[in-house]
Write a protein that binds this ligand. Structure first.
Ligand SMILES: [Zn+2]
Length: 243
């Protein structure tokens, strides 16, 4: 049976573990960069909420609501309610870190206002991706077990596993679209900060470093998703061949 055999351990050692280590490294890098630039005061002396209002007005997005929410680095832009949700520390902070996070989320608000296609595509993928991440791997395993029990007498097991694989593909597709959406939002963020005229070159560098660290986490997630999908695909196709 494939997932009790060498396949699983090869996957675990050469994909699972390195991806886990890279994810830890990535989230650590984000936290460290955020902590570092939280200590650097921005030159305008404005808080996150004030920076948000200024950038929103500058970019003709005054209709976007600004709301303070709980949690750390939970900041997001909700395109359904046109709301910019800022975590408490970002909202109150007068640091370079705060303004970088705020500008990045306004980058998303700008994408939404311009009908940026990858963002719309990503929003459409959310239900399938949620379903795929919760049920995809489980359905693949159920299909493989079924295929093993029936010793390939019926191809039902293969089709079940294949269906699980398709569901999981939605997750990877979501990650694939997320990467350009996030990189584009960060690119817009730097432009917004520069155009606001209230940022010094060394501040710009700090914001750039923070956004680069954040981008790395998306690349790692994408890599992990693609490799996991390939692993599942090899299991499903392998079960077909063994039949
Ligand atoms: Zn983002």
């Amino acid at each position: 049976m494939l997932f009790y055999g060498g396949g699983f351990w090869t996957y675990f050692l050469f994909v699972g573990l390195p991806i886990m280590a890279l994810s830890l490294l990535a989230s650590n890098w984000v936290k460290r960069t955020y902590a570092r630039y939280s200590q650097v005061r921005n030159s305008s002396g404005l808080s996150g909420v004030e920076v948000a209002r200024r950038l929103l007005t500058n970019s003709g997005l005054s209709h976007v609501q600004v709301q303070v929410i709980d949690g750390d680095l939970t900041d997001n832009y909700d395109p359904r309610t046109k709301t910019l949700n800022l975590s408490r520390s970002v909202a109150a902070g007068t640091s370079v870190a705060s303004e970088a996070v705020v500008a990045h989320e306004i980058g998303h608000a700008q994408q939404d206002a311009l009908g940026y296609a990858p963002m719309r595509f990503r929003s459409g993928l959310v239900p399938a991706a949620n379903l795929g991440s919760q049920l995809g791997p489980m359905i693949v395993m159920v299909g493989l077990v079924l295929s093993w029990i029936t010793r390939g007498a019926a191809s039902l097991g293969f089709y079940v596993a294949f269906f699980g694989l398709l569901l999981f593909t939605a997750v990877v597709l979501f990650q694939l679209v997320t990467t350009p959406v996030e990189l584009n939002a960060s690119h817009r963020a730097l432009g917004l900060l520069r155009d606001s005229g209230a940022i010094f070159p060394e501040e710009q560098e700090g914001a750039r470093r923070m956004l680069r660290a954040a981008a790395f986490t998306y690349w790692v997630a994408l890599l992990g998703g693609i490799l996991t999908l390939l692993y599942y695909a090899s299991l499903v196709m392998g079960s077909r061949r063994n039949n």
